[in-house]
Design a protein around this ligand. Structure first.
Ligand code: ADP
Ligand code: ASP
Ligand code: MG
Length: 450
């Protein structure tokens, strides 16, 4: 059988310190097929950079840059031959500090430039760890030469055709010379200006690299041994899933399971690339295979929770026996780049859900301007602090008698909006944020726990 070609991605906790990096290096070296390695920033660094970009005082920004310096130099100190990368790491740290000390307006473009230091630092250090552990050639690749995106700073959209073209130029010729270590999360627009794919975007980057380089397998090494039936932090009794389909995994991530960035499955589905999820701390424990078709297809396989949801309800008598109202509503939302997730309509009202991620740069919010435009033709009501819960599985739209037991189990809970039937892979609804974890526990106990 010909060798497979694998892309392996290691997340932030897997890059936490030199010991964690060595564990990841051992995983890479256990398999000659792992040729492209995509890494996240070291644990907590993107959070620190987020603080840095939101802090207005220069002193505070510099203090955070110093904290990042100490943290990375400490990891370098634990290497066998830090001198190989010391200069490059110091240069990156100096550059970050220089940017932090400058008085300037924090634009989306500047934020992404600052975010990029996290992954540029971790990948430089990890490449050295891999060199030390393997004694062979390791190539550091700047992901910004390959991951071409639009200019939507903060949550840039990758351009797959351009990426394939750049991969042929920058990745393919190097594949025979050694393993490639590169960064997740970051890219650049067509003008070469740094962009980012949004928080948690390294999974998506790895899938894009796998797609462009024609990989057979994408491996996501993280801090849980597998994809679980629900977030094990919420339900400690959640069970690892051995196999899940592309469609289910896509829905699970879109509906909030942080274990995969919501867009990860898009390139994998386009190119039919199998995805494996495993733990870099316990690599021998069985992980999850995400494949096109699974052997068993339960009606409810998993439950996901997406926090920070806003419910927007608009009412207008204009809707009665008239046409054009929905078009008008959605044109206002699209004009302001507001992305709508769920929609339900009645004769005179429409309810929509939106992410209330007001702190994420690049994501639009319900500004006064938007509300004013909407209020010029309808009544508007806004409810915040909600969570979206989704049951993920198969044939949910065609399974008789499902909603009775689901909502029966939640009779004391105020369920705000239900979407059932639009997809065969999910049934989802809104509940208030403070009841959401309890609801996940109730449903997990009733439908998944054996
Ligand atoms: P990384 O830094 O490796 O990308 P993340 O923190 O982004 O890791 O994702 C892993 C986390 O995802 C886990 O620690 C877990 O709390 C969370 N998670 C949410 N839903 C699930 C799920 N269904 N299965 C496994 N982990 C989940
Ligand atoms: N470092 C980025 C983040 O923390 C990307 C990632 O880890 O996937 O969001
Ligand atoms: Mg992640």
């Amino acid at each position: 059988m010909p060798n497979l070609f694998k892309v392996a991605k290691f997340g932030g906790t897997s890059m936490a310190d030199a010991a964690a990096m060595r564990r990841c290096a051992a995983i890479v070296l256990s398999d000659p097929d792992k040729k492209i390695i995509v890494v996240s920033a070291t644990a907590g660094t993107t959070n620190l950079l987020t603080e840095l970009v939101s802090d207005s005082s220069t002193d505070q920004r510099v203090a955070i840059a110093e904290q990042i310096r100490d943290k990375h130099l400490a990891i370098c100190n634990d290497l066998e031959e830090p001198e190989n990368i010391q200069e490059k790491v110091e240069e990156l740290l100096d550059e970050l500090k220089a940017i932090a000390s400058r008085k300037q307006i924090m634009t989306g473009m500047l934020r992404d430039e600052i975010f990029s230091f996290g992954e540029r630092l971790s990948s430089t250090i990890f490449a050295q760890v891999l060199r030390e552990e393997s004694g062979s050639e390791v190539i550091w690749l700047d992901a910004r030469n390959v991951i071409v995106t639009d200019s939507n700073f903060g949550s840039a959209e990758p351009l797959p055709e351009q990426i394939a073209f750049k991969s042929d130029e920058f990745v393919q010729p190097k594949l025979n010379s050694g393993r490639i270590v590169t960064q997740g999360f970051i890219g650049s627009n067509r003008q070469g200006v740094t962009t980012t794919l949004g928080r948690g975007g390294s999974d998506y980057s790895a899938a894009l690299f796998a797609e462009a380089a024609d990989a057979d397998v994408l491996e996501i090494w993280t801090d849980v041994t597998a994809i679980y039936t629900t977030d094990p932090r919420i339900v400690p009794g959640a069970k690892p899933i051995t196999e899940i389909s592309f469609d289910e995994a896509a829905e699970l991530s879109v509906f909030g399971a942080k274990v995969l960035h919501p867009a990860t499955m898009i390139p994998a589905i386009r190119k039919n690339i199998k995805v494996y999820v495993g733990s870099s701390m316990k690599p021998d424990e069985p992980g999850t295979w995400i494949v096109k078709e699974t052997k068993n297809n339960p009606v409810i396989r998993a439950i996901s929770l997406r926090r920070n949801q806003t419910l927007l309800t608009v009412r207008s008598l204009e809707m009665l026996h008239q046409y054009g109202f929905l078009a008008k509503l959605f044109s206002v939302l699209s004009e302001h780049k507001i992305s709508v997730d769920l929609v339900t309509t009645s004769e005179v009202s429409v309810a929509l859900t939106l992410d209330s991620d007001i702190n994420t740069p690049g994501k639009q919010k319900l500004t006064d301007e938007v509300l004013e435009k909407l209020r010029s033709f309808c009544e508007v009501e806004i409810d915040r602090n909600l969570s979206l819960i989704a049951l993920i599985g198969n044939n949910l739209d065609a399974t008789a008698g499902l909603s009775g037991p689901v909502f029966g189990a939640l009779e004391d809970v105020n369920v705000r909006l239900i979407c059932h039937g639009a997809s065969s892979h999910n049934l989802c609804f809104l509940v208030s944020e403070n009841e959401s974890e309890e609801v996940v526990n109730i449903l997990h106990n009733k439908f998944i726990k054996e």
